[in-house]
Design a protein around this ligand. Structure first.
Ligand code: NM2
Length: 525
């Protein structure tokens, strides 16, 4: 009999070797690595960008259909099964797992990027560019993006809690399509792709967030921002998430994510109230209108004639980043969603998740645009001269009690990312373990190896430097994952169709005569 917790060599070694094989050369030959990265980045986004955009919309449409259609009230669990967690902590947990420190930095600097490189041929720095700059961040962290996160959860949770698959895996949720093959080579390929995706996703997160923290430490304490400081930050992060991964899904990380949510809320309320409240509210209202008017345009915009590069650099990249994290979210959220209905799940992710992100994008984004518009700090100039991370520092420095705000920001980005990387390393180790029931944990050393592998990828990306390598990390990972996600959606719908024949639309013609018959009344009566 197989020992429980035994490593699955067929998945573990190929995944680890591919990951190290790509990241170590980057760190050793950063120049050649940088050139190769640019070439691959352009090739993939140019040739497959449309595919990512279509996929994003596909997820959104399928979810609307699932939530509002006949399967909306289907329960992910037995008929009498009650949810395991309160609705509040359930939503808090899925939010903390899916949103890393990225939101802390993008909400401030993303609008400044768009302001200077606006979409749809708008003049940089113009009033219209300000409007788009405020909206686009909300779009990239909005319901279409959350739809990508939400979609894998449904088939996985359904397979485990309703069809009673013994293990919580991606591959077993594909059994309706591949049958027994999921226990063999098909399962192995899928699991390797998932590992690859997860590492790529975290590579983007660490590759972006480490230099942001390093710039902030320079702003706070005056320490010089260098690659060495960044390496020290990676090591500190590794210690934090390595320890929590080692100790398992303990209470510690739950307490941390609670503190995190409260702190995040305090900071954002502070910016709204201490900052230009009315301006932020006006910008947000305006963005809602702009979004309602242009949702489909933005969703499908490829800019094929002018070829400004905007869709590739932004929407394509963002969808890829969300896709790369989707397996982790699918597995993690499935695990905590027993007893919820499909509709509840879609509302939790696409509505509450979006709202959480929008608070940040709308309030902080509005604030940084206010700072730029009113010449409180020359953010565009700072971006051109000192890079995007300096924009974050400069924006926070304009707040009242700026040192405290900067300190809270740093603490938040640390915990936000730690909770995400922690669940990712955990998921990686689970995927690479042979037999694991939903309530069992993968081996400790195994979880720690993945934490170290994640850190090593980020070091490779940091040494090369720049935005493209970190974007590419997710883009490469997401490309092969997307067909797997499409299969997963098909498999989910197949399971629902098989198990709920009575919910299918009726074949026989509908009788449009009223069920009661009325007698003609005489007019004189
Ligand atoms: N997403 C939500 O580091 C992070 O913030 C992880 C990023 C995919 C854009 C999540």
């Amino acid at each position: 009999m197989e020992k429980r917790g035994e490593i699955n060599h067929a998945v573990f070694w190929p995944s680890l070797l591919v990951v190290l094989g790509l990241s170590v050369p980057l760190a050793i030959w950063p120049e050649q690595g940088g050139r190769a990265v640019n070439a691959v980045w352009s090739f993939i986004t140019d040739h497959f960008g449309w595919f990512f955009l279509l996929f994003g919309f596909f997820c959104f449409a399928v979810l609307i259909w699932l939530a509002l259609g006949r399967y909306g009230n289907v329960k992910l669990g037995g008929p009498d099964e009650e949810p395991e967690f309160s609705t509040f902590s359930w939503i808090a947990m899925l939010f903390a797992a899916g949103i890393g420190g990225g939101i802390m930095m993008w909400c401030i600097m993303e609008p400044i990027f768009y302001l200077n490189g606006p979409p749809f041929g708008v003049k940089p720095g113009s009033p219209l560019a300000f409007e788009w700059a405020h909206l686009y961040g909300m779009f990239h962290w909005g319901f279409s993006a959350w739809a990508i996160y939400c979609i894998p959860t449904i088939p996985i949770a359904y397979a485990v809690f309703v069809r009673k698959e013994p293990t919580l895996r991606f591959s077993t949720a594909l059994r309706p399509i591949f049958g027994k093959l999921v226990d063999g080579w098909v399962g192995v390929i899928i699991d390797v792709l998932i590992c690859f995706g997860l590492v790529g996703a975290v590579g983007t997160s660490l590759g972006l967030e480490v230099p942001a923290v390093s710039a902030m430490l320079q702003g706070l304490f005056g320490v010089e921002d260098s690659i060495w400081l960044q390496l020290v930050i990676v090591l500190i992060w590794l210690c934090i998430f390595g320890t929590s991964v080692y100790r398992g899904l303990s209470k510690g990380i739950k307490v941390l994510s609670d503190i995190n949510l409260y702190l995040a809320f305090v900071l954002i309320a502070f910016v709204l109230l201490a900052g230009p409240t009315v301006f932020i509210l006006k910008m947000t209202t305006n963005s809602l209108g702009l979004l309602l008017n242009n949702f489909f345009r933005m969703t499908f915009w490829m800019d094929p004639i002018t070829r400004s590069g905007f869709p590739e650099a932004w929407t394509v990249f963002y969808w890829a980043w969300w896709i790369a994290y989707a397996p982790m979210m699918g597995l993690f959220v499935a695990r905590i969603s027993k007893g919820r209905t499909i509709k509840e799940l879609v509302i939790a992710e696409c509505f509450w998740g979006t709202l959480g992100c929008w608070l940040y994008m709308a309030i902080f984004g509005g604030y940084s645009l206010f700072v730029e518009a009113n010449h409180i700090a020359p953010l565009t100039q700072i971006m051109n001269e000192s890079g995007q991370f300096a924009v974050i520092v400069a924006t926070l420095q304009t707040l009242p009690l700026s040192k405290i705000a900067m300190f809270i920001w740093t603490v938040l980005i640390f915990i936000f990312l730690a909770t995400t990387v922690d669940s990712t390393a955990y998921t990686l180790a689970s995927v690479c373990t042979k037999k694991l029931r939903g309530d069992e944990q993968p081996a400790r050393w195994h979880r720690v190896i993945w934490a170290i592998a994640l850190a090593s990828v980020s070091i490779g990306l940091l040494v090369v430097g720049g935005l493209q390598p970190v974007q590419l990390s997710s883009i490469i990972a997401a490309l092969p994952l997307t067909p797997v996600l499409i299969l997963l959606i098909i498999s989910g719908i197949k399971m629902l169709k098989e198990d709920f024949p009575h919910l299918q639309p009726r074949k026989e013609a509908i009788d449009y005569r009223p069920a009661v018959s009325y007698q003609q009344q005489s007019v004189d009566a």
